[in-house]
Design a protein around this ligand. Structure first.
Ligand code: SPD
Length: 388
């Protein structure tokens, strides 16, 4: 195990808690084909179909084709861009999916709501590849790791196009706390000239905004949200757009220069700009205040019809080469200790992907608020976006 990777694990332990259609890299928000149209399986034999709903830009090109070739199971792969969208589907209790990938704090809510099935670990022969420290951390939200298997993980932070930001700031030096770049009008008023974008979901923005104004990141006090909203309202005129799945292309294409978004997507944006032959100097910043950690987890919805196939897929992802392939393709860290040797050296040594322990300790751990607070948060976020 390389040192940076081990550091992360230690830090985390200390710090917290269609049927034949493949849409790899598909950036449409979601497709509507439903698993319910699948032909019924012969008795006692599960039909060779698997329906997966995952975040966009979160897959290696060969992940699904290799699984299909090896198992003969046809995968329908749809994508989404927010936990809110996935949660609404699960709440309707008729998802049509066999595997979905919520962040761990949302999966906790979904376990409590009876929306997920327990894993059968006897079918997960590669489960031992998972890092025990990550499992211990995840057990804070999922006791005995009964429901969730981590797909990949990262953190919400500030991403910048270094050259464009320097040009827009002129003589003004970079702030000590990089969150000022998106939350302080002194900076946003200058950076709006090259474009500022925010994630488009209340639960992505508010925990960080709350911490920035000195309140608990997972506060259940409505007054705290008002304080955070008032701070956000001051920078609203300088924000060009709200987008979650669109940040990679917006940064890679030079349409924006500053983003409140996911570190993995910022590294991916830099790589994409190079692929597109228009390299942009994009960096995920490690802020002095810290970012917001998330783990996106494979879970099986209560209505899943292909539970055995779902276990086969999870077990396949847990193979070291497959899990490393995801990390190499999308620049998000994986939880698979056996995969480290297969992670490209450049990715493995990138300290914004595999964070040193001291930076992991600064992250806000995954957490939840009560339902009444979530409504307050949503109301303030809508007000913030609409500028009302
Ligand atoms: N392009 C992959 C995006 C995955 C983002 N998951 C973020 C969850 C944050 N709570």
């Amino acid at each position: 195990m390389n040192l940076p990777y081990k550091n992360i694990m230690l830090g985390m332990l200390l710090g917290i808690a269609g049927l034949g259609l493949v849409a790899c890299g598909d950036k449409t928000a979601e497709t509507t084909t439903s698993a319910e149209t699948a032909v019924a399986a012969p008795a006692g034999d599960e039909e060779k179909v698997l329906n997966i709903y995952n975040w966009s830009d979160y897959l290696a090109e060969d992940t699904i084709p290799n699984f299909e070739k090896e198992t003969g199971i046809k995968v329908r792969y749809d994508v989404f861009d927010s936990n809110e969208i996935l949660h609404a589907k699960l709440m309707a209790k008729n998802t049509g999916y066999d595997i979905v990938v919520p962040s761990s704090n949302w999966a906790r809510l979904q376990i409590d709501g009876g929306l997920l099935q327990k894993l059968d670990k006897s079918k997960l022969t590669n489960y031992g590849n998972l890092d025990p420290d990550i499992l211990a951390q995840m057990a804070n939200l999922d006791p005995d790791n009964a429901y969730m298997v981590d797909w990949l993980w990262s953190y919400t932070t500030v991403g910048i196009n270094v050259d464009k930001v320097k040009a827009a700031l002129g003589d003004m030096p970079m702030p000590e706390n990089a969150w000022d770049l998106v939350f302080n009008p002194k900076y946003t008023s200058k950076l709006k000239s090259c474009g500022i974008t925010f994630l488009d979901a209340p639960t992505e923005v508010f925990p960080i905004a709350l911490k920035y104004v000195g309140k608990p990141a997972h506060s259940n006090n409505a007054d705290d949200y008002k304080v955070a909203y008032e701070m956000l309202a001051k920078v609203r005129p300088d924000i060009q757009k709200f987008s979650s799945g669109g940040q990679i292309d917006d940064l890679a294409g030079g349409n924006v220069c500053v983003a409140l978004g996911w570190a993995g997507d910022f590294n991916l944006a830099r790589n994409r700009s190079i692929e597109n032959k228009s390299p942009q100097n994009i960096e995920a910043l490690i802020t002095s205040m810290g970012g917001y950690m998330f783990m996106d987890t494979m879970v099986i919805p209560a209505d899943a019809k292909h539970v055995d196939n779902a276990h086969k897929f999870i077990n396949y992802i847990l193979r070291p080469e497959v899990h490393a392939g995801l990390t190499n393709a999308v620049t998000y860290a994986n939880p698979n200790k056996a995969a480290t040797q297969f992670v490209d050296e450049e990715v493995r040594n990138n300290k914004t992907i595999f964070l040193p322990a001291e930076d992991v300790k600064k992250l806000i751990p995954p957490g939840n608020v009560d339902n009444a607070t979530r409504r307050v948060m949503t109301r303030y976020f809508t007000q913030f976006k609409t500028g009302a």
